[in-house]
Design a protein around this ligand. Structure first.
Ligand SMILES: [Mg+2]
Length: 160
């Protein structure tokens, strides 16, 4: 089985537009960690924000038995991490969830060599590849930005 790490924001749930809107309305920079640390994620950790049937797709990926699946997500605050775990546990009782402080690269928390990362953020994918990992971009517009690209998570099953 291949190690597969799936990003959360912008891959499993469509949280990013809500976060940017809140930052804009508060007159904050869109990458202001301190602002997002105060943001109540419970407001956006909702089924209506599920991206392209991501929850069912992850179940199919697990059922394929081709991958050892973990969710790898950056967090701006401990509370955000707690809220995300609570949301994910509604659907997955024993999937591995790795919470990474926003200030640290995902590559610093994981054995990257030969592992797959699905992420929407090209910066994360570049770092992953430079550490020997395999990068796959999640993009609803199928814009790979130079990486393998999928717009539904279950597409990963036939890719490897
Ligand atoms: Mg993301």
């Amino acid at each position: 089985m291949k190690e597969l790490y799936i990003d959360f924001d912008g891959v499993i749930l469509d949280t990013i537009p809500h976060l940017y809107k809140a930052a804009d309305e508060a007159g904050k920079e869109r990458h202001d960690v301190a602002f997002y640390a105060t943001f109540d994620f419970k407001k956006i950790l909702k089924d209506e924000n599920i991206l392209n049937d991501s929850i069912n797709c992850i179940k199919q990926i697990i059922d394929s038995k081709k991958f050892d699946v973990s969710i790898l997500t950056h967090i701006n605050s401990l509370q955000e991490g707690i809220d995300k775990v609570e949301y994910i546990r509604k659907y997955f009782k024993d999937i591995t969830i790795i919470l990474v402080p926003k200030q640290i690269s995902k590559t610093k928390m994981i054995h990257t060599e030969g592992s797959i990362l699905i992420d929407d953020y090209a910066h994360n994918l570049r770092e992953w590849e430079s550490e020997g990992g395999i990068s796959v971009r999640f993009s609803l517009k199928k814009n790979g930005k130079g990486f393998l690209v999928i717009d539904r998570l279950d597409q990963i099953i036939d890719m490897f």
